[in-house]
Every structure is written in C-alpha cells, then in structure tokens.
Design a binder for this molecule. Structure first.
Ligand SMILES: O=C(O)[C@@H](O)C(=O)CO
Ligand SMILES: [Mg+2]
Length: 258
C-alpha cells in the first residue's frame, strides 16, 4: 500500500487552513500537500510541519490571479516576467518547507498555439534549471477540461511526449488518477507506460472527486499496481470528502483489505 499525503486544500476543510496540519497528523497522515501556501508566511508553515512531524510532499507555483481566472502562467507568453517572479517565490517556500517537488500549472491557452507552446517550453526550461540547482523536481499535470475548461495541458500523451522531448533531468509527470480516468480511461496501462517519468501521483473517485473506492474505478487494484510498479512516492489524497473528512477515511482500510 503506498504512503498517502493529505491534500489540505480539499481535506480537513472543517478547520481553518493552518489547523489542517494538526488534523491531518492526528488522523495518521505522515505527509501533506496543497495547491498554494502563499497566503501564509513560509516560516509559519514550516513550524506547522515540524510541530506535527509532517513531510511536505508537494505544492504548486503561484498560479497568477486565481480569482480573476488565472490557472497558471507557464504557457502565457505575455506573462513571462510574472512567471519568473513566481519561480523565486515558490523556491523561497520550498526552502522553508523542505518540499522536494513543485507542480507548475500551464495556464489557459490553446495547445495548438505556437506562441503558447514556445512560452511553455521556455518556462519549463527556466524553472527546471532554477529548481534543479536546489535539487528539486518539477511536475506537470494534465488536467481535464470539465474541471478546468481551456487548460493548456489537457492530454497525458502530449505531456509524456513533452517530458521526453525536453529531456530536462528533473522534469516529471504528475499522474492524477482522477484526471487520467476522465481524459483517457485506461488507468493501469497509463501507469505502466508512464511510470519511468512519474514524479507524483494523486487519487480521487471518478466522477464526483470524493473518497477513493466510491466511484467507477477499482481504486484498491490501482493502488496495488502502484506498489507492483515500485512507485515509492506519496499518493496525494486530492479529493473532496463527501461528508466529514475523518468519517470518510475508512476507504484506506477498505483498500488495504483489497
Ligand atoms: O488536480 C488538480 O486540480 C491539482 O492537482 C492542481 O494542481 C490544479 O488544480
Ligand atoms: Mg491533481
């Protein structure tokens, strides 16, 4: 059974963000992830991690102005300066929290737009160099267009081709099982083919994005396959609990029993 990281953006919403660290630790998690830490001081986050003996598994670079519709900056040719500044910000939080992996969101753009693709490739090269100098991996995650209409990186095969084509030593794929199932299905084949370039995995039931084991996929089989494939990273529990977070955690025991 893989090790799990609680996604504090989606889980433990019964508490304010800074109290979710302790809630996750009390529930038995050894690691956490979330989308963005930037509303809080990096040292405050570091202290919460330390006090609760938690590993920071992952977070995202600043995405631009989320409330105005930004969903990342990397593929936006006219936002290059902002993107580069966001790299500096993310690295500051990475140093404080000890995270080893950063997810960079592409933004909303057409993948057939040559300017957007050139900007994306250049952004990834810039980020990978800066992150690589500090020993960090950079992750790109295909996201389905139902949840995020117009998202640039909306195809797992295109993402895998790009990772291969760019050949950047610290660039990896973030394999979110929920997005994979909605975009392509064929989850086990995808994991088997892409495992050499996978840097992080996330899980949620499809289609409602609730607890694993409550949707159309055999999540216990998928988790067992991750073990069989030798995946030794964290699996991010990036789901919205159907009700109370703690009550919903029974899915883990159910998966353990197979
Ligand atoms: O799957 C997701 O939605 C996240 O992993 C993310 O980083 C963007 O929302
Ligand atoms: Mg995800």
């Amino acid at each position: 059974m893989p090790r799990f990281a609680a996604n504090l953006t989606m889980m433990f919403n019964e508490h304010g963000f800074m109290d979710r660290f302790a809630a996750a630790a009390r529930a038995g998690f050894e690691a956490v992830e979330y989308l963005f830490p930037y509303e809080f001081d990096p040292n405050t986050i570091a202290a919460a991690l330390q006090a609760n003996h938690l590993t920071q598994a992952l977070f995202n670079l600043p995405p631009g102005d989320w409330s105005r519709g930004d969903r990342g900056l990397a593929a936006l040719p006219d936002r290059k300066a902002e993107f580069r500044a966001s790299v500096g910000t993310a690295l500051r939080y990475a140093r404080a929290t000890g995270v080893r992996r950063l997810h960079v969101m592409s933004g909303l753009a057409d993948r057939a737009d040559l300017r957007a693709m050139a900007a994306y490739r250049a952004s990834l090269a810039y980020l990978c160099e800066a992150a690589g100098a500090e020993g960090l991996q950079v992750l790109i995650e295909p996201i389905n267009g139902r949840d995020m209409p117009g998202y640039f990186l909306n195809d797992f095969n295109a993402a895998a081709d790009l990772v291969g084509d760019l050949g950047l030593p610290n660039l990896r794929l973030q394999f979110d099982i929920y997005h994979r199932q909605i975009l392509h299905g064929d989850v086990l084949t995808g994991l088997r083919q892409m495992m050499p370039i996978i840097g992080h995995v996330q899980i949620a039931a499809v289609p409602l994005r609730h607890e694993p084991g409550t949707g159309e996929l055999a999540d216990a089989v998928i988790l067992a396959e991750l073990d069989r494939l030798g995946y030794n990273g964290f699996v991010g529990c990036e789901y919205r609990p159907a009700g109370d977070t703690l009550v919903g955690l029974g899915w883990m025991d159910a998966c353990r029993k197979g």
